[in-house]
Design a protein around this ligand. Structure first.
Ligand code: XMP
Length: 520
């Protein structure tokens, strides 16, 4: 159970909807703490006075299957306001004596809802015409309302599109107010949490900063903590939070694998050691990594070698610091939400991702995971609040194995140097043209083929550089970014003219799926 009892909150009970995390984010954007828990985990005894409202999420189940999943119905009897969304609306009606059946017409996509009555839930939601566009995604629907419920709005196919039981403070919407396709959908959530649940704002980066610093101090006391710093957003924010909280009791270890982006090691040392005055241990392990990777071209072997060597080096240096009790990690909230597998499906492992997470097991350290209740955008805001500069905060994600997986085939020092330059020119170009923040992730890769070109009057025979730039929400799916011809031309000229070793540039136009974001 991962409920945080120190703050008032809106609890989201998850029935497996792909939008559950969005509900939590919308509430937090409104300045209120919210938590997600699977309907299989939450029991009535866990409902305490910090819970000021409950949202039942959508989900792929059918209400008649729900007994199999043992949702504790006593939760509905606490006199806490409840909003059911889509499946949540159906289950709320069903458990109060209503009926649910398969719809004659399944509704997916936009639909109009028509206002029938006033309610606090829809204050300022409808316009003068009393019609509103909402986003539906359901095959079942409520066919008979429970006693005490009344209809607030209907759509052509869903008579009970918005309903309420004012006495018990139960509310239901058949559509999804949390998605942006529902115009003004945030209003429904806002009305529910502020007008109906009457919860007060308690969630801003400033509040979080103070709260987290206090908690970390309490947890750690006079002990020492180690942290693997990669220079990425999450580990940087964790390190700086701990730096503020416990100062010199924090020891950060930064391993230069030789597979980092151009000048990255210098930036990390300058920022964390010089500017922020952290205890930073800089380990230059370039040669060790390169040696271990000699003649290795299999992507999974590359990943394993890098992951294992990283752990060994980290342990080697961590042991030199005596009496360490804690290991700090940048685990985020989406990593913790267990309910994704509510339907039993688990995404299959496509690549063995190397994260610093869970490391190092042998040392038996306790974990400090101060970001474990935060979403990525909240981590970024917290980082700004902690005085990290925007360059670190808005950085594109970078994989643990670094440039090794952007260089299919064998890895050599020469190739690494060429790739670092190409990547640098590409990223600089994006920044100079105001494109960097419009793109979720971008990088250059070096392909293990040489092609013929002509420069001046001379024939060249050099490597092929691949550029990838994608837009995405969370890295799970992605689409390639469409550059203007002038930009693409400028970058290709810059790379080919400035870097010896590359004479051709190609752009990756596949989306994910079927491709992945990285090449290996
Ligand atoms: P793929 O290639 O799986 O990448 O579509 C999805 C996202 O994950 C990043 N990635 C990694 N991150 N360790 C990491 O910390 C890794 O081993 C790793 N492999 C891929 C990738 O850059 C993209 O953002």
């Amino acid at each position: 159970m991962i409920l945080d009892q120190s703050l008032n909150k809106i609890l989201i009970i998850d029935f497996g909807s792909q939008f559950t995390q969005l509900i939590a984010r919308r509430i937090r954007e409104l300045g209120v703490f919210s938590e997600i828990i699977s309907h299989k985990k939450i029991k009535n005894k866990n409902i305490d006075s910090s819970i000021k409202g409950i949202i039942l999420s959508g989900g792929p189940l059918n209400v008649y299957e729900i007994n199999r999943y043992s949702f504790d119905k006593e939760i509905l009897k606490n006199n806490i306001p409840i909003l059911g969304i889509c499946f949540g609306h159906q289950i709320l009606s069903k458990l109060n004596g209503g009926k649910v059946k398969q719809s004659k017409h399944r509704e997916f996509g936009l639909a109009n809802v028509y206002k029938k009555k006033d309610s606090l839930l829809i204050k300022n939601f409808f316009n003068q015409k009393k019609i509103h566009k909402v986003w539906m995604s359901h095959a079942d629907q409520v066919s008979k309302l429970p006693k005490n419920f009344r209809v607030i709005a209907s759509s052509q196919n869903s008579k009970f599109a918005i309903v309420e039981d004012k006495t018990n403070k139960f509310y239901g919407v058949q559509f999804h107010p949390e998605v942006t396709h529902t115009e003004n959908g945030k209003k429904i959530i806002k009305n529910f949490i502020f007008l109906i649940c009457k919860i007060k704002k308690n969630w801003s980066s400033k509040d979080q900063k103070m709260k987290l610093i206090k908690e970390v101090r309490n947890q750690i006391g006079e002990n020492k903590v180690i942290c693997a710093l990669s220079g990425g957003v999450d580990s940087s924010v964790v390190a700086q939070l701990l730096n503020k909280a416990i100062g010199k009791k924090l020891y950060c270890i930064f391993v230069n694998t030789g597979l980092l982006r151009k000048n990255e090691e210098k930036q990390v040392v300058d920022t964390f050691k010089k500017r922020l005055k952290m205890n930073l241990i800089y380990v230059n392990a370039e040669k060790e990594f390169l040696k271990k990777l000699t003649n290795v071209s299999d992507p999974e072997r590359k990943r394993k070698i890098i992951g294992n060597l990283f752990i060994r080096i980290f342990e080697r240096y961590a042991k030199k610091i005596k009496n360490v009790k804690f290991l700090a990690q940048g685990t985020l909230y989406p990593d913790l939400i267990e309910s994704r597998s509510v339907t039993g499906s688990q995404t299959s492992k496509i690549k063995s991702h190397h994260n610093v997470g869970g490391l190092p097991k042998k040392m038996k350290l306790k974990l400090v995971e101060p970001l474990k209740f935060l979403f990525k955008d909240e981590v970024r805001n917290l980082g700004l609040e902690l005085n990290l500069n925007t360059e670190i905060i808005s950085r594109h994600p970078f994989p643990g194995p670094g440039l090794a997986i952007r260089m299919p085939g064998i890895i050599t020092k020469e190739k690494i140097n060429i790739l670092k330059e190409a990547d640098y020119y590409f990223i600089q170009g994006l920044k100079e043209h105001g494109l960097y923040n419009k793109i979720w992730q971008a990088y250059a890769a070096l392909l293990p083929v040489k092609t013929v070109g002509v420069m001046g009057d001379n024939r060249t025979y050099e490597y092929l550089c691949l550029l990838r730039a994608i837009t995405s929400e969370d890295g799970m799916t992605a689409d390639f970014y469409e550059f203007k011809k002038s930009f693409a031309q400028m970058i290709s000229n810059k790379i080919v003219n400035s870097i010896r070793g590359i004479n051709r540039v190609v752009y990756d136009i596949t989306s994910k799926p079927p491709s992945t974001i990285e090449l290996e």
